[in-house]
Design a protein around this ligand. Structure first.
Ligand code: ADP
Length: 504
C-alpha cells in the first residue's frame, strides 16, 4: 500500500467539503495534486440549489501537456507489469471504492443531482464491479495459437499507450470507471478529463486509486473545461487512444484532432431511441418501461424517448402510463422517496424547455407535464409526454436529454411502418420493444438499427456484452473483449519451426 496522499491544509483554496466529504480540487498528475499552471480555477455549482460547491483547478494546455507526459513516463513500467499484478491492483482500487461508497454517493448526488438511493445501491456498486470485471477478464484474455505450414502464430494483446478518457456529467464516476478499468487492465496509462459540471468524484477516485497502490502517473485526472483542457489533450501527439462519451458536435471536434496523429477513437454519443409497443404486449409492462425513461430526469443517452404504439393499443397504454406518472414523486434526490430529481444545470433546463416550447408551438400537445416544475423551482422539470408530433419535427429527431417523451402511433398490423418510424433518425444507440410474440420480437429486432435491442426489458447491461451505437450514436464497441480490442494493439508473432531453414 502506498502512503495516503498528503492532505492539504484545512484552509487551503484547493479543498472543499462537499456533503461532509473533503475533496481535493486540484489536478492529479504524476501521483501528485497540482494546481493549474495558470493558477486559474472555476466554480462548481450544485444542481440541487445552485450553491457553489468548490473551486476546481481550471486546466489548460500546459496542464494537459504535463498530464500526458506523466502518462507517457509511467507507461513502459505499467505495460510491463505482470497481468496478475495489474489485476491485483485493480481489485485493490475496487476495495477502496467499496469502502467509500457512501462518500462517493453523497458527493455525486450533490454534484450531478441524480438520486442518492441509486448512487448508493446501483451506481457505485457498479463502479466496483467495472473494476473487478476487467481485472478478471484480463486474466482470461487469450487467443489460441495456431500453426500454418509449420509456423506458430501467437496473438498477443499489447497495450496501445497513454489513453485519454473524456466523460460527461450524467453518470460521472460510473462512465469514468467503465473506461478506466479496461484501459488500465490492458496495460495503458490514462488521463481522465471529467466533465466540468461534475468534477468531484473523479478527484476522490484518484485519491482512492493512489491509496490502493496504483503507481504514480498510471492514472491522471485533468480538470477543466472541454475547449481548454480537453482539446489540447486529444491533440497531444503522445496519446494513443481516445475514448469519449458525450455529444455529437464534440465528437466531431475530437475526431478531427485525433486525425492529426491517426489516434483510434471510441465514441459513445447521443441517442433518440424508440420504445415500440405492439398490441400483443403486456400493457402494464409497456407502461412500466415507458415511465422508467424519466430516470435521472431523462438525462440518459440510452433512454427510449420515442414511444411508438400500435394504434389499437394506444388508449390502454396511455391509461396505464398516466396512472404511473401520477405516482412519481419529484423532489430532492437525497430523499429516499424521490423518483425524479433536478436536471444538471440551469442552462440545460433552458435547453430542454426550448425543445418543449418549440414543439408546443408547432402543434404538439402535452398529455402530461410540458414545462418547468414551478412548485419545486430550481432545475426541476415536469415529466412530460407530447403527442401530435410529426416524424420529421425537431422534438422527434433531436436528443432532448431531459424528462421528455413523445408518443406516436403506427397502424394496426403494420410492422413495416413500426420499423420505419423506429429507424428514421440519424441515431442508432438502442431500441426497446414490447410484445407478447417471440417470433415478432426476433423479426423486428433483426431490422432495427441499434447497438442494443431490449425485448420486454430495459437497461439490462452486462459487461461481457458489446456496447455502443450505430450511425451518429457512436463509433466502436466496448465491453468484454471488445474493450481490450480497443485499448490494445494486437500483435501476431510468427515463429518458424525448430530447425527450419528458409532456403532449405
Ligand atoms: P454536453 O453537451 O453533454 O456537456 P459535451 O460533449 O460538450 O457534452 O461534453 C462531454 C465532455 O467532453 C466533457 O468532459 C467536456 O468537457 C468535454 N469536451 C467538450 N469540448 C471538448 C473538446 N473540444 N475537446 C475535448 N473534450 C471536450
Amino acid at each position: 500500500m502506498a502512503p495516503p496522499a498528503p492532505a492539504p491544509p484545512a484552509n487551503s483554496p484547493h479543498t472543499a467539503t462537499v456533503a461532509g466529504v473533503p475533496v481535493d480540487t486540484r489536478h492529479w498528475i504524476g501521483g501528485r495534486r497540482v494546481p493549474s499552471a495558470s493558477g486559474a480555477t472555476f466554480t462548481d455549482h450544485s444542481p440541487l440549489d445552485g450553491t457553489p460547491l468548490a473551486e476546481i483547478a481550471r486546466g489548460g494546455a500546459d496542464d494537459a501537456r504535463a498530464a500526458v507526459a506523466a502518462a507517457r513516463e509511467a507507461f513502459p513500467a505499467w505495460a510491463a507489469t505482470a497481468p496478475a499484478e495489474r489485476a491485483r491492483l485493480l481489485h485493490a482500487v475496487a476495495d477502496g471504492v467499496q469502502a467509500r461508497i457512501e462518500d462517493l454517493a453523497v458527493v455525486e448526488t450533490a454534484d450531478n443531482g441524480a438520486l442518492l438511493r441509486s448512487h448508493r445501491r446501483g451506481v457505485m456498486p457498479r463502479v466496483v464491479h467495472n473494476l473487478r470485471y476487467f481485472a478478471d477478464r484480463l486474466l482470461a484474455l487469450s487467443h489460441d495459437d495456431f500453426v500454418t505450414r509449420g509456423h506458430t502464430h501467437h496473438v498477443s494483446w499489447d497495450p496501445a499507450g497513454p489513453a485519454v478518457l473524456i466523460t460527461p456529467w450524467n453518470a460521472p464516476l460510473m462512465l469514468a470507471s467503465w473506461k478506466i478499468a479496461p484501459a488500465l487492465a490492458a496495460g495503458n496509462t490514462v488521463v481522465l478529463k471529467p466533465a466540468e459540471w461534475t468534477p468531484l468524484t473523479a478527484s476522490l477516485f484518484a485519491g482512492i486509486a493512489h491509496e490502493a497502490g496504483l503507481p504514480a502517473g498510471v492514472l491522471n485526472v485533468l480538470q477543466g473545461y472541454g475547449p481548454e483542457a480537453g482539446a489540447p489533450l486529444v491533440a497531444d501527439p503522445g496519446v494513443r487512444r481516445i475514448s469519449f462519451t458525450g455529444s455529437v458536435p464534440t465528437a466531431r471536434r475530437i475526431a478531427a484532432a485525433a486525425a492529426g496523429h491517426l489516434v483510434p477513437c471510441s465514441f459513445e454519443l447521443g441517442g433518440k431511441s424508440p420504445l415500440l409497443v405492439f398490441a400483443d404486449a403486456d400493457p402494464e409492462l409497456a407502461a412500466d418501461l415507458a415511465v422508467e425513461q424519466y430516470d435521472n430526469a431523462g438525462q440518459v443517452c440510452l433512454a427510449a424517448t420515442r414511444i411508438l404504439v400500435e394504434e389499437s393499443a394506444r388508449d390502454a397504454f396511455l391509461g396505464h402510463f398516466l396512472d404511473r406518472v401520477r405516482k412519481l414523486t419529484p423532489g430532492d434526490p437525497r430523499d429516499e422517496a424521490t423518483d425524479v430529481g433536478p436536471a444538471i444545470h440551469p442552462r440545460h433546463v433552458e435547453r430542454v424547455d426550448g425543445f418543449v416550447r418549440r414543439a408546443l408551438d408547432a402543434g404538439a400537445k402535452a398529455v402530461t407535464g410540458g414545462g418547468r416544475n414551478h412548485a419545486l423551482g430550481g432545475n426541476h422539470y415536469l415529466p412530460t409526454l407530447l403527442t401530435d408530433v410529426a416524424q420529421d419535427s425537431e422534438i422527434v429527431q433531436e436528443e432532448v436529454f431531459g424528462p421528455v417523451l413523445t408518443l406516436q402511433t403506427f397502424p394496426d398490423g403494420d410492422e413495416d411502418e413500426a420499423v420505419r418510424l423506429a429507424d428514421d433518425t440519424r441515431f442508432g444507440l438502442a431500441a426497446t420493444l414490447v410484445t407478447g410474440d417471440r417470433e415478432r420480437a426476433r423479426r423486428v429486432a433483426a431490422r432495427l438499427v441499434a447497438g442494443t435491442v431490449w425485448v420486454n426489458c430495459f437497461f439490462v447491461r452486462d459487461l461481457s456484452a458489446p456496447f455502443g451505437g450505430s450511425r451518429e450514436s457512436g463509433i466502436g464497441r466496448e465491453g468484454g473483449d471488445w474493450s481490450f480490442d480497443f485499448y490494445c494493439d494486437l500483435k501476431n508473432t510468427v515463429t518458424a519451426p525448430e530447425g527450419w531453414a528458409r532456403h532449405g
